[in-house]
Design a protein around this ligand. Structure first.
Ligand SMILES: Cc1cc2nc3c(=O)[nH]c(=O)nc-3n(C[C@H](O)[C@H](O)[C@H](O)COP(=O)(O)O)c2cc1C
Length: 464
C-alpha cells in the first residue's frame, strides 16, 4: 500500500486540512485518515458476509448509529457505547439538543473515539458527512433513550432535527430503547405511537419496570440496562446473518402465570416467571417467525421483534389466544391457573374481629391447551403444551398428551429442589406420539433454541 506523508502535500491543501482538523478537534493525520476512510466507504460498500466466509477473514465491522435522546437515562447510553464497542461494534453517535442538557458531546465523543453529531444545519457536517450518509452508513440504528417526543416524531414522520431527519432517511433496521415516566409511557398518545412504530417494523428493547429517576416513582418506563440493549443488538446482528427457517410462519406463544382475583386487591397466582416462554418467543423471532406472545403478569423485558399482548386471568388469556389465531404453531408455556374464585368480591374483603375466616369457593378455568388442540377448524398445525409436574414427570406428560389432544408436550420437573420454576435453567423431556426424548439440563435460552430447531424441522415435513 502507498504511503503518504503530510509534508508531500501542497501548502494550500495543508492549510485546508489544518482548518478541518481544528474544527473537528483532531490531528491533521487523524483528519486525513477519516477522509480516506469515508471516501473508501462511500465508493465501495463492503460485501455482505458470505455464509461460508473463510475463518481467517476478519469479520466485517458492524456499525451502529446510536441516537441519544433527551432523558435522564442518557447517562446510561455512555455505558451502552462501551458495551457495544466491547462486542467489536463500531459506534457513531448523534445527540439531540435535549440530550446535550444531560450529557456532553465531549464525553460521548471520548468514548466512541469519533466526532459526535447533533446539528442538522451545521454546514461543515453537511459537507463532510451529512444526514443522508449518517443514515446510510449504519447497519443498525439504536435510539436510547428513546424519549416520548422522539417516538411521537418518528410515528408521524417528522424530520425537523438531525436525529429525526436521519431516522426518516434510514433504510437500516431501527431499535428503540424507550425511557420515560410511567405516566408518559402509559399515555394513550405514546401507546398509539408505539403501535404505529411496531407496525412500521421498529424493534423495541424494554422499557423495564422499576424505580424511576424521580424520587419515589416506580413503574413501567425505565430504560433497559445497557447490557440488555447490547445483547439485543448482538441478537439482531446474529439473526441478520443467520438462516430464517420460520420465515413466513406465524407462531403463538403463551407465557407467565395468570392472576385470578379474589377481590380488588388480592389474587391467586403461581411462581411462573415467564422466562421459558419469553426465551421461546425470542428464539422464534430470531428464526424469522411472526411471533405473538400472550403474557401473564411478569417482570421481563419485551423480546425484540415480538408482538406482546398482556393479560391477567386465564379467561383473558384464552380470549387473547383465540384473537391471535390463525397460527402455524402454538406453544403454551404459561402456567395457567386451573381454578379461579367463583365469587370475586366487588369490595376488599374486610377482616372483622370475631367473624369467621372467609371461605373461597373455586371454579374451574377454561383449559386453553385443550380448547385450541380440539378446535374443529383453524387448529394450528403444531400444538405444543408444557407439563409442569412434581412427580412421575414422563408418565404424567404422556397422559396429558393424549388427554389434551396436542402434538408435543415439553415435560419438566418443577419440584422446588430443581430450581426450574423461576430459575434460569430447564431440564425438559420432549414427549410426542412416538415416544419420550430427554433433553440435557441447559439454560432456558438453549432449550428455546433447541425447541425452535425441532419445530423448524417438523414444519419442513420431518415431523416426530
Ligand atoms: C429533568 C428532565 C428529565 C426528562 N426525562 C425525560 C425522559 O426520561 N423521557 C422523556 O421522554 N422525556 C424526558 N424529558 C423531556 C424531554 O427532555 C423533552 O420532551 C425533550 O423535548 C426531548 O427532546 P428529544 O426527543 O429531541 O431528545 C425530561 C425533561 C427534563 C427537564
Amino acid at each position: 500500500m502507498a504511503s503518504l506523508t503530510v509534508r508531500q502535500i501542497d501548502e494550500a491543501l495543508k492549510q485546508q486540512l489544518r482548518l478541518r482538523a481544528a474544527h473537528h478537534g483532531r490531528s491533521v493525520e487523524d483528519e486525513i485518515r477519516n477522509i480516506l476512510r469515508d471516501a473508501a466507504s462511500d465508493t465501495e460498500t463492503p460485501p455482505a458476509p458470505a455464509p461460508g466466509r473463510h475463518a481467517n477473514e476478519p469479520a466485517p465491522v458492524r456499525r451502529v448509529l446510536l441516537i441519544i435522546g433527551g432523558g435522564i437515562a442518557a447517562y446510561k447510553s455512555l455505558d451502552l457505547i462501551r458495551r457495544l464497542k466491547e462486542r467489536g461494534i463500531a459506534v457513531r453517535c448523534i445527540l439531540t439538543k435535549a440530550a446535550e442538557e444531560f450529557i456532553t458531546p465531549l464525553s460521548a465523543g471520548a468514548i466512541t473515539g469519533e466526532r459526535v453529531f447533533s446539528d442538522l444545519f451545521d454546514p461543515t457536517h453537511e459537507f463532510d458527512v451529512g444526514h443522508i450518509r449518517l443514515a446510510r452508513e449504519a447497519d443498525l440504528i439504536v435510539v436510547a433513550p428513546a424519549t416520548a417526543d422522539l417516538m411521537a416524531k418518528m410515528a408521524n414522520g417528522l424530520a425537523n432535527d438531525l436525529a429525526t431527519a436521519v431516522l426518516l432517511a434510514a433504510k437500516a433496521k431501527i431499535v428503540l430503547a424507550p425511557a420515560m415516566n410511567p405516566a408518559m409511557w402509559s399515555h394513550k398518545a405514546t401507546q398509539r405511537n408505539l403501535a404505529q412504530l411496531a407496525a412500521d417494523g421498529v424493534t423495541f428493547i424494554g422499557p423495564n419496570s422499576g424505580e424511576m429517576a424521580e424520587s419515589g416513582e416506580r413503574g413501567l418506563g425505565r430504560m433497559a440496562e445497557p447490557l440488555e440493549i447490547a445483547a439485543g443488538v448482538e441478537r439482531i446482528f446474529k439473526a441478520a446473518g443467520a438462516p430464517q427457517p420460520l420465515q413466513g410462519k406465524r407462531v403463538l406463544i403463551t407465557a407467565g402465570p395468570t392472576h385470578e382475583p379474589i377481590d380488588p386487591v388480592r389474587y391467586i397466582a403461581n411462581r411462573s416467571s415467564g422466562k421459558q416462554g419469553y426465551a421461546i418467543a425470542q428464539a422464534a423471532a430470531a428464526a424469522g417467525a411472526d411471533v405473538t406472545l400472550i403474557s401473564g403478569p411478569v417482570n421481563l423485558p419485551k423480546p425484540d421483534g415480538v408482538k406482546v399482548v398482556s393479560v391477567e386471568t386465564a379467561r383473558d388469556m384464552l380470549e387473547a389466544v383465540e384473537r391471535a389465531l390463525p397460527a402455524d404453531v402454538a406453544i403454551f408455556a404459561a402456567a395457567v391457573a386451573d381454578w379461579r374464585v367463583a365469587n370475586v368480591g366487588a369490595q376488599k374483603i374486610k377482616k372483622k374481629a370475631g367473624s369467621a375466616t372467609p371461605e373461597l369457593s373455586l371454579t374451574e378455568n377454561p383449559d386453553i391447551l385443550s380448547t385450541i388442540a380440539h378446535r374443529p377448524s383453524g387448529r394450528p398445525s403444531l400444538v405444543i403444551g408444557f407439563a409442569a409436574e412434581t412427580e412421575n414427570v414422563e408418565a404424567n406428560a404422556k397422559a396429558k398428551l393424549a388427554r389434551k389432544g396436542c402434538d408435543w408436550i415439553l415435560a419438566n420437573d418443577v419440584s422446588p429442589d430443581t430450581g426450574i420454576m423461576g430459575g434460569d435453567n430447564n431440564t425438559i423431556t420432549l414427549v410426542t406420539i412416538s415416544g419420550a426424548e430427554p433433553w440435557p439440563p441447559q439454560s432456558k435460552e438453549d432449550a428455546a433454541t433447541m425447541l425452535i430447531a425441532r419445530i423448524s424441522a417438523a414444519l419442513k415435513g420431518d415431523k416426530s
